[in-house]
Design a protein around this ligand. Structure first.
Ligand code: PM9
Length: 471
């Protein structure tokens, strides 16, 4: 049995205990509706947690995207919005923050991450090219496909194994990548699509040594590396914790060094950067900047706001500076880990090691009797809501979608439910309530039969698909 004494648990962070480096100034009431009402809400939502009304949710662990609590400084920044159409001073603050903390030369603001994914994919991918990367992400891969590319997974094999304890499961398999380059030719590779703390693998980090070796390999073949920096601060935390030589390096420095080995990054600022809306693309090459800066005016807005209000950009600039602080990152990952350790101590199968932003329940193991095309993870997310009002997200066969060439379901090795922890929002007591609810579902696992899909949209089906329970 592991130790859940907060005092001793904290010792892993080098002091007696960890605690959030903030106190609460404003609260929002939570509401728990009855089981009958939850049953009705779930039916209305077609057993898809994305289709629930948030008012019907008690603890919302759907996502850490846009769900952070902003600080008093960020809210003060909102009042300093310069809402000029062009040249808002808040844009220049944001540009400075990205240059200072991520180190890239040029900035193109976007309304959120997928806006930036759209620009970089359209700018860099030629029809028929391959885009190797460390595991797919839903919106990222779709934009790469819509631009004419094909994503190729070159993550290490351990990433597909929920029980592997590899400290850097987000690493690229360099031998696999080099074999692909040799087979297909470097000219047929658009760029490397590298993600920090790989979302679909369970929030698993990439090591600095792996990235340095990747850079060296890519330099030999003149291939560029673009980074999905969405949760890169959390990746930097894991490097500080696990990689030799970084224990005394501040997270901000690790982040900047990591980015320095890449040619640019896209960002969903709704995660690490602690805002409710926003995104950006930042690059080092002037030609890529010129192209994407021109495209942004077609799809997002003028190049000095890219779909954000001036006030959003100010809150984002401040959020970036707060997000890279060591205390913040330790408390953020510490809370996720607290929940993970409670669940693993009760024998509930989760992806190991616990990642940066979420606990991933292993639905394949929990519902071993439900075949993957009866959507075990979707079923588990629905059951958890029904039991406790807790909202989570499917990250398995539904999220993986269909192969655009064959039209068949993609069958990912990982069939997971994500309990995603918003930043600076819930307390340790909420985590206890969540753990107890998951335990109740786990104890009842034999009773559950699975779902059938009765409506399937063409793109990113997990957002809007509808299901019915199998009897
Ligand atoms: N991620 C998440 O809940 C939002 C909803 S699911 C599409 O995890 C990465 C690694 C993400 C991500 C969004 C995006 C897209 C890019 N990369 O949602 O458009 O996790 O801001 O960012 C979600 P936007």
């Amino acid at each position: 049995m592991k130790d859940h004494n907060p005092q001793t648990m904290g010792q892993q962070f080098g002091r007696r205990s960890w605690a959030e480096p903030w106190k609460i100034k404003m609260v929002e009431p939570l509401r728990m509706i009855s089981r009958e009402e939850r049953d009705e809400a779930l039916q209305e939502a077609g057993y898809n947690t994305f289709l629930l009304r948030s008012e019907d949710v008690y603890i919302d662990l759907l996502t850490d995207s846009g769900t952070s609590a902003m600080s008093d400084r960020q809210w003060a920044g909102i009042m300093l919005g310069d809402e000029a159409y062009a040249g808002s001073r808040n844009f220049y603050h944001l540009e400075e923050a990205v240059q200072n903390y991520y180190g890239y030369r040029y900035l193109v603001p976007t309304h959120q991450g997928r806006g930036a994914e759209h620009l970089i994919s359209q700018a860099l991918i030629k029809q028929g090219q391959l885009v190797p990367g460390n595991m797919y992400f839903t919106t990222t891969r779709l934009h790469q496909e819509l631009a004419g590319g094909t994503f190729v997974d070159v993550i290490i094999a351990e990433a597909h194994d929920p029980n592997s304890q590899h400290p850097f499961k987000g690493n690229v398999d360099l031998a696999k990548l080099e074999a692909l380059i040799k087979r297909e030719g470097a000219e047929n590779i658009a760029y490397i699509s590298l993600a920090g703390t790989v979302n679909m693998a369970g929030g698993q980090p990439v090591g600095m040594a792996n990235l340095r070796a990747l850079r060296e390999l890519c330099d030999r073949y003149s291939i560029r590396i673009y980074l999905d920096a969405t949760r890169m601060v959390e990746n930097a935390f894991f490097i500080q914790e696990r990689e030799k030589g970084y224990a005394n390096t501040p997270i901000a420095e690790i982040l900047k060094e990591f980015c320095s080995y890449t040619d640019g990054a896209w960002m969903s600022a709704k995660k690490d950067n602690l805002v409710n809306i926003g995104g950006w693309l930042a690059v080092n090459h002037e030609d890529v900047f010129a192209k994407t800066r021109n495209m942004v005016v077609i799809y997002e807005g003028l190049h000095t706001y890219g779909g954000m209000a001036g006030r959003d950009m100010e809150a984002l600039a401040i959020g970036i500076s707060e997000s890279v602080k060591d205390d913040h990152a330790k408390a953020r990952v510490g809370q996720v880990r607290y929940l993970g350790e409670l669940l693993s101590d009760w024998g509930i199968p989760i992806v190991q090691p616990v990642g940066g932003h979420a606990i991933f329940l292993d639905a394949r193991q929990i519902y071993a009797h439900i075949p993957q095309d009866r959507f075990p993870a979707q079923t588990l997310a629905a059951e958890l809501y029904l039991d406790s009002g807790i909202r989570s997200m499917e990250r398995g066969i539904v999220s993986a979608g269909r192969d655009p060439k064959t039209g068949d379901h993609r069958y990912p090795a990982l069939e997971l439910v994500r309990l995603t922890i918003p930043r600076r929002v819930y307390t340790q007591a909420h985590m206890d309530v969540v753990a107890e609810a998951v335990k109740a579902i786990y104890d009842n696992r034999e009773e559950v039969k699975g779902l059938s899909m009765v409506y399937e949209p063409e793109y990113l089906r997990f957002f809007q698909a509808r299901f019915e329970p199998l009897s």
